[in-house]
Design a protein around this ligand. Sequence first.
Ligand code: GLY
Length: 416
Amino acid sequence: MRKHLFLYLFIFPLIFSCKSQAQNDNIINSDFAFADKQLTYAISEIEKAIANEPVNEKERREKRKQGPLVSPRSIDENGNLIMVTSRDWTSGFFPGELWYMYEYTQDEKWKTLAQEFTVPIEQEKTNGITHDMGFKVYCSFGNGYRLTKDEQYKDVLLQSAYTLITRYKPNAKIIRSWDHNKDKWQSPVIIDNMMNLELLFWAFKESKDSLFYNIAVNHATTTMKNHFRDDYSSYHVVDYDTITGNVLAKHTHQGYSHQSAWARGQAWAVYGYTMCYRETGKSEFLEQAKHVANYIFTHPNLPQDLIPYWDYDAPEIPNEPRDVSAATVTASALYELSLYDKENSGKYLNWANTIIDNLSNNYLAKEGNDRGFLLLHSTGSKPGKFEVDKPLSYADYYFLEALLRKQKLEQSKPLF
Ligand code: GLY
């Protein structure tokens, strides 16, 4: 009897924990081994797509008024690779993926490729007509600087941060997101904008200029006040009067309706507030991240595999497309959140690991197919009728980030 008790109490748990550690290592290894092959294939697809551009320089410029095509974004209805110029909000994700490959493999091949794909994003550092600076520059140059400490990268990042804060509206205490749809909105802020604050927190630490910190905190605080419903779901777009600071409208752009919960918006929110807590230690940001996570994972329309439909209120659920990008952003955020909310860390890890397991088992692209993307079944904009049930570069970027965070946690290494 005593022998049995000993087995149950000490030996079996040890065997199971070793097994689950080995399984976890396997999933991280096998996902990165897949990414190694698939991203090598992606590079050849990118070269082909660029080579098929018109050779005549005038014609090329006409076709691409904004400059050369630099990064892959998705696949179109005919199966062609969609490439974007540096101005597109997604231009930084592919270079970021290459930096994550370098971080995991330590293989110089990936470093050289990452550098090559990062360089063309530099011109964005002075582009003040959009809020997407963090996505574009922090995912590319930010990861590059973190891993190489290249001083030139630092200069690009600082200049980008100064450009981003030119969009700050002091009376409303927000950074304006978009300049389009001027007939609809005066100064719109989208929940996605929380992600761009990471660049400002970085710039504060590097430059000691508290302007960056104050603007980031003000934006996050105003967003917390105005972007959320009582159940902690987030609106997509909130429009501000920049003189009075009053809220003019609460809308959606990529969600099902103004009152619905667009899946990727909830993911940006949980990631954004977790990151803001890391950078400020302000408990209200941690509370907000916890509330949004609970909203997501207690939602009756969240499928059992934890990969959400594109909107939690989409009318035809369960016959609606999924959004894998929302799942990868959320998984990455949950690994970080598990560090700060110790009481619930097991729950967050369980959710994140379930997402990673299910993506790895059921959502990966086929090797040598799908133009080199890693994951299928994301949704860019269902109302806009584009990138519905397609691969997306940002789904892949946050997948690799989540895998790296998972590995660091399991090896008790710091995430940052
Ligand atoms: N930031 C744009 C999007 O999430 O689609």
